[in-house]
Design a protein around this ligand. Structure first.
Ligand SMILES: Cc1cc2nc3c(=O)[nH]c(=O)nc-3n(C[C@H](O)[C@H](O)[C@H](O)COP(=O)(O)OP(=O)(O)OC[C@H]3O[C@@H](n4cnc5c(N)ncnc54)[C@H](O)[C@@H]3O)c2cc1C
Length: 538
């Protein structure tokens, strides 16, 4: 139902919800503004207020493969936005040294096959072809090792097996909802501030009013709802619905409306990061098609290749490492290329607001909640939230059920991802520092503790992972358990009596397909050189 139809038919309260005021112009603010105008067009009035004095968080470069639905919804094609954001492809997260120094494994964007009703990982435990579960069970591992692009030089996707059936119902626009359970084969790396800039143009071209100013006060009415915000130079700004995209400050939701914050610190202790933007000649630097997460003494470091540079940073816990020490370790890891680059130290607020939608205020982005970027979930949280906001957008009667449903779906996503991240630390075999030894015994949510016991006997499947949608399918849990290597796992006893021929053939097929695709596909460098040449020739 469109907003206009709601206005015509069902408004019973103070009038239609047409005016949306977004505070914050980071990735969250502009993704929200552009998505709302893409969904509702000029039936909605969107104002975005952004401070010229308060900087954005300045990081956030790797995504989830679901992000493609965001761009499709906005009817943006890769060639329109990728060059503007220095974007590259990401086929997987590559975990280095989580088991022991020199070891790596991938968590790819690829569904796990099953043979005769058993996951291929289960077969692999019984009949391992090599020591690498990821290379035996997923085609993507070979492509990542060889630095391949998921598209051929003519733009065609890897191969037909990876092409999803169109479930858009004819609109050509897709959302996460229709594709739950499906797996698109890649995500993107991009410069988040350039994406915000690109989306700002997209939004303002479609009518978003953009105000550069500081919000200095948030005034509530007698019900405790937001009546208006006060800006330093533009006076009062009024709306029906307010979206808090003010980052970790959460000015509207946590400060003005006093909504409590539920910390995840007890189970996920990393509370800090230091980041460097490493200038490199990317034409001559291999562009790995994956985000790399390298375990360190007191956390882990990300490495993200972009067209323009490498983004890197150290995520750590101040309980185990001081910021200066973290910066030293990061600089030693990167080498001289970043000698002249200033480091960005960030204090992270890990957890979620108890409710992300309270009264007439919805928090999206870091203000709603955040977990460390180990699985690149920050932008996924934003995308998921704006989809849900459109889905549960209020009518004039502000039916509280819509808020409740929205809050439930946000809570599920955050709590599910929390469990998934906790698994990484519990499962890591590494135990050479106090940080990693403590990680093995740190408290995790009770439900996860129970699941871990089940997974020791039977690898994770749909019925034994976090039961609500949170973006991570059961195969993702298999990857971390088998890759990180520190928890006991065993094959199903039934496989000792089952005929293994079909499973062995599946392993063989994956190996052959990986080798064939590595021979056929260009490297990322070759692919993006072509994209740039095509763009230059018009
Ligand atoms: C170390 C780190 C690494 C990350 N890596 C990833 C990653 O790889 N992948 C991923 O998906 N996510 C990642 N994230 C998360 C990602 O960066 C954020 O989800 C994303 O950038 C959204 O931020 P935001 O827009 O919510 O907040 P911010 O970027 O902090 O923006 C806040 C906005 O609010 C405005 N503002 C604040 N106060 C006022 C005021 N008084 N008046 C007016 N405006 C105001 C600011 O000017 C700014 O525009 C990472 C986060 C961190 C901390």
């Amino acid at each position: 139902m469109t907003v206009a139809a709601q206005h015509d038919g069902t408004t019973t309260g103070d009038g239609p919800v047409r005016k949306v005021v977004i505070v914050g112009g980071g990735t969250a603010g502009w993704m929200t503004a552009s998505y709302l105008v893409a969904a509702f067009g000029d039936r909605i009035e969107v104002t975005l207020v952004e401070s010229a004095n308060v900087t954005t968080v300045g990081v956030g470069e790797a995504t989830f493969s679901d992000i493609r639905h965001f761009f499709e919804f906005l009817r943006l094609e890769e060639h329109e936005w990728m060059p503007a954001c220095n974007a590259t492809y990401k086929l997987a997260v590559r975990f280095e040294n989580w088991r022991q120094p020199g070891h790596h494994f991938y968590h790819p964007f690829e569904q796990l096959r099953s043979v005769d009703g058993f996951l291929l990982t289960d077969w692999w435990l019984r009949y391992p072809s090599t020591s690498r579960f990821d290379a035996d069970c997923f085609v993507m591992a070979a492509l990542c090792d060889a630095g391949r692009s998921p598209r051929h030089l003519d733009g065609a996707l890897i191969d037909q097996d990876f092409v999803e059936q169109d479930r858009s119902g004819g609109s050509g626009r897709t959302t996460i909802l229709e594709y739950q359970g499906a797996q698109f084969p890649y995500a993107y790396h991009f410069e988040a501030h350039l994406l915000a800039k690109f989306l700002a143009r997209y939004g303002t071209d479609r009518g978003v009013r953009h105000v550069f100013d500081d919000v200095v006060d948030v005034r509530l009415d007698e019900r405790g709802w937001i009546d208006h915000i006060v800006t330093a130079e533009h006076g009062e700004v009024r709306g029906d619905l307010y979206v808090d995209c003010t980052g970790f400050r959460a000015l509207l939701l946590n400060k003005a409306l006093d909504e409590p914050f539920v910390s995840f610190q007890d189970s996920l202790p990393n509370d800090s990061a230091v980041a460097l933007q490493v200038p490199l000649d990317m034409a001559s630097t291999p562009i790995r098609p994956c985000t790399t997460a390298t375990a360190q003494d007191a956390g882990w470091m990300w490495t993200i290749p972009l067209i323009s540079r490498i983004g890197t940073g150290y995520v750590y816990s101040r309980e185990y490492c001081e910021p200066e020490e973290a910066e030293r370790a990061l600089r030693a890891f990167v080498g001289p290329a970043a000698a002249d680059v200033e480091a960005n130290h960030i204090r992270m607020r890990i957890g979620r607001s108890a409710r992300s939608w309270v009264a007439n205020c919805v928090a999206v982005g870091l203000s709603s909640g955040f977990v460390e970027p180990l699985e690149s979930t920050g932008i996924f949280f934003i995308h998921h939230a704006v989809e849900q906001l459109v889905r549960y957008f209020p009518g004039g009667d502000w039916d509280p059920q819509l808020r409740t449903l929205y809050n439930q779906s946000i809570t599920h996503v955050m709590e599910g991802v929390r469990e998934f991240l906790c698994l990484h630390y519990r499962a890591a075999k590494r135990s050479d520092t106090r940080y990693w030894r403590d990680a093995r015994t740190r408290a995790v949510p009770d439900a996860l503790e129970e699941r871990l016991q089940q997974w020791a006997t039977k690898l994770p499947e749909a019925s034994t992972v976090y039961p609500h949608y949170h973006g991570l399918p059961p195969y993702s849990y298999n990857c971390i358990l088998l890759g990180a290597g520190g928890l006991p796992v065993r094959p199903s006893p039934a496989l000792a009596m089952a005929d293994e021929k079909a499973a062995l053939a599946a392993f063989q097929e994956i190996r052959e397909k990986g080798a064939r695709l590595v021979a056929q596909l260009p490297t990322q460098n070759e692919y993006f050189a072509r994209m740039r040449a095509d763009a230059a020739s018009g």
